[in-house]
Design a protein around this ligand. Sequence first.
Ligand code: ATP
Length: 342
Amino acid sequence: MRIKLEKITRNYGEIPALRGISLEVNDGEIMTVLGPSGCGKTTMLRIIAGLLEPDSGRIFFGERDVTALPPEKRRVGMVFQNYALFPHMDISENIGFGLRMRGSDKGHIRKRVEEALSLVGLDGYEKRMPSELSGGEQQRVALARAIAPEPDILLLDEPLSALDAGLRISLRHDIRSIQRELGITTIYVTHDRDEAMDISDRIAVLNRGRLEQEGEPEEIYRRPVNPFVARFLGDANLINVNVTNGTARTPFGNFRGDFEGRGYLFFRPGDCTISDDGMDEGIEVEVISSRIRSGLLEITVKYGEERIKLHEKESLARKYDIRPGKRIKVRIDTDAIILLKP
Ligand code: ATP
């Protein structure tokens, strides 16, 4: 089922939460809505679920305009941050809840509960109570409950944020494979860029109620359209430059832009390498600091008034005797550099 949002706006009193969001989610795809706290992610999800009305704009599921349709008629499954299982019902009652509300017969409910539990890897958990489950298991049950009534659309609002780091990673892989297996159109809300990079077919970056950019994870990471997206998706180098007559003339080369005045050269730390001794290529910089993180050498260097971050193989720390104050030469992959408007 395709989802289409057309110029959705929503204010809370004076506070604009969404300012004209237009977005399409393709059939069977998992789209992540990524953005900082307060950018409007939850508001957007609640509007799609029908739990909240937009002030203006329209929502389509496939060809059908569902803007005025109540939530129970939208065939949407939802999973929230805080498990939200019914504490006094056992697991099978929790998962069968939506089907009972719909008046499905007992045999069908039992079959669907069993299938959903099996899909989330919790076969045989029917008679347990929510309080007897770990956080990760509870969130699996919440997912089973959302998919048991066979919704057309799955909405997940930061479903893993209450779990510890290791569990978050393994559960997001499970969510991804379950989503694939069902082929269900899914919107996944998070403020965690690694999660977004890992789980999504496409990412929509939201900031202060506006859609900044949408695209495949790698495209957004490599070719952000502005400094906000550049920084939000990962470590970013943003070097101040001036654009005159449509060109920024810099020590790294000349870059064409469709604007005038102040701008930034953007590249990732991985686009920067230490030049080998004896080679003339590259710019001379001074090491400010270095550290090893996840097996990578992260170096911050000073170039004029600018700071540049680079990531290198950890073994190079010894080879080049990297320490604060040391002068080294670095090279930047010019193909990776893009000129951004402030
Ligand atoms: P988080 O990641 O912190 O959950 P979010 O991106 O989901 O944030 P929303 O919950 O959609 O953001 O909120 C968007 C904006 O609307 C915020 O500025 C928030 O303070 C405001 N807001 C949300 N709900 C209400 C409400 N019921 N009344 C007034 N303002 C609200």
